[in-house]
Write a protein that binds this ligand. Structure first.
Ligand SMILES: *[C@@H]1O[C@H](CO)[C@@H](O)[C@H](O)[C@H]1NC(C)=O
Ligand SMILES: *[C@@H]1O[C@H](CO)[C@@H](O)[C@H](O)[C@H]1NC(C)=O
Ligand SMILES: *[C@@H]1O[C@H](CO)[C@@H](O)[C@H](O)[C@H]1NC(C)=O
Ligand SMILES: *[C@@H]1O[C@H](CO)[C@@H](O)[C@H](O)[C@H]1NC(C)=O
Ligand SMILES: *[C@@H]1O[C@H](CO)[C@@H](O)[C@H](O)[C@H]1NC(C)=O
Length: 384
């Protein structure tokens, strides 16, 4: 074979090995519809908290915990910057009475705290320095979590207010707030809060991870429990630990926490590895990740774990989970309809049935935008 023939053959081989080009994120038109729909249907505390974090990552990435130092500069570049996030955070706080949640949490301890990062950001960047309402509300929320809410004997804060019960969801709702509070506070007190956020992740993993590499959804408590490896629960846990990881890593105290940062990275990777092991060939995950036969496919968890995969690869520069994340992005693009609704979601209230026709998942809408933002930032980090 001549040199030209050899080169042609090599080119053909590498084209085959490279396979089809990976999918791109969403177009602006679709993003706008998905976002408008999210804003319409996010009404519960954890939905609003997740919405505010999602809008921050999508529209104001420099104010998220995935960019620069945490906290960001206190002076916003323009009065319009993050106006939607700050406006909603401020408007949604309804409780300033002593140690108390920021907002009604439907009996959940963790969920109202999910608004906390946006409330802290609003306080930190406010121009009227005499207005201390936001600071007071955030302080009351922290006091409630640390000193009022029920706990296990070893200090895991309950996700429920009525008795000790641990839900994987908690990890996205409360520890990122505790960590952000610490990053702003600084000093020994701030460091103690960063350590507390890490401790909650560690304890939750001890209680919920069962040796399979995946987390159970709900343990402890006298009522029902849910020991299934719920896709969204594993997503909440991985995404919450990711935000704690980045908040600590970008705080002034990062150098004190190298072991903790390594642990969090390992624990996030553990969930991703054991989730993607069950990824269907079209890219989707099952609602109960490791129960193909008894469950249905779920786009919500697929989107959230895809987002976590792009973010973790951006941080660690390890692309191990990127092929899975690309498959997830592809199936999620196929699962958003013309009106900007994510289809094939689990019903976020039953955890074990699909959303009924015509009903959509607020958190699923947010996860689509988190997936896009994480994909975008991963691409930018590679110099594209
Ligand atoms: C949250 O704030 C928005 C205004 O930005 C308002 O429309 C909505 O009713 C508020 N929701 C709650 C639960 O306070
Ligand atoms: C405010 O917090 C108190 C104490 O936790 C609680 O009893 C009350 O229901 C809360 N109110 C709202 C509107 O969330
Ligand atoms: C609120 O913002 C101010 C800066 O304006 C900061 O000094 C204070 O620590 C913040 N409060 C909280 C609870 O983060
Ligand atoms: C992916 O495959 C699963 C299992 O066959 C199926 O239930 C689901 O509808 C498929 N999703 C899409 C978007 O094709
Ligand atoms: C879903 O879970 C609830 C509460 O545990 C249970 O009563 C119901 O039978 C389950 N439904 C399905 C379809 O598994």
């Amino acid at each position: 074979m001549g040199i030209i023939g050899l080169l042609t053959l090599l080119a053909a081989c590498s084209a085959v090995l490279a396979g089809p080009a990976p999918p791109e994120g969403f177009d602006d038109n679709t993003l706008a519809k998905v976002k408008a729909n999210l804003e319409t249907i996010a009404t519960h505390s954890w939905e609003i908290g997740t919405e505010l974090e999602t809008l921050t990552e999508l529209e104001w990435p420099k104010l998220s915990v995935f960019y620069g130092a945490v906290p960001p500069p206190a002076q916003l570049p323009t009065p319009n910057t993050a106006a939607d996030v700050i406006g909603k955070a401020t408007a949604n706080i309804s409780n300033f009475s002593g140690p108390s949640p920021l907002i009604d949490g439907d009996g959940a301890v963790g969920d109202p705290a999910s608004l906390g990062v946006a409330v802290l950001l609003a306080n930190w960047t406010r121009t009227d320095l005499s207005d201390n309402r936001l600071e007071l509300a955030a302080k009351n929320q922290l006091d409630y979590l640390l000193n009022v809410a029920p706990q296990t004997p070893d200090g895991a804060i309950s996700h429920r207010a009525s008795e000790v019960q641990l839900w994987a969801d908690f990890v996205y709702m409360a520890p990122p707030f505790i960590a952000y509070y610490g990053a702003i506070a600084g000093g020994d007190y701030g460091a103690s809060l960063l350590a507390e956020a890490y401790k909650q992740c560690k304890l939750y993993r001890q209680y919920l991870s069962d040796g399979s590499g995946l987390w159970r959804h709900i343990v402890l408590g006298s009522d029902w429990q849910d020991h299934n490896h719920w896709g969204t629960g594993n997503g909440w846990a991985a995404a919450g630990m990711l935000r704690v990881l980045e908040t600590i890593a970008r705080s002034g105290h990062a150098w004190k926490f190298s072991d903790e940062l390594a642990d969090l990275t390992t624990w996030i990777d553990e969930i991703l590895t054991h989730s993607w092991a069950f990824q269907h060939e079209n890219g989707t995950l099952y609602n109960w990740i490791d129960q193909e036969d008894t469950t249905f496919t779920d786009s919500s968890s697929t989107a959230l774990l895809g987002a976590v995969s792009f973010r973790l690869a951006t941080i660690t520069r390890n692309s191990l989970h990127i092929p899975s994340a690309h498959r997830a992005l592809k199936v999620i693009k196929q699962s958003v309809n013309e009106d900007g609704w994510l289809l094939n979601t689990v019903d976020p209230f039953t955890f074990n049935t699909t959303s009924l026709p015509g009903q959509y998942s607020p958190e699923g809408q947010a996860f689509v935008l988190l997936l896009h933002s994480a994909w975008r930032d991963f691409e930018a980090s590679r110099g594209h």
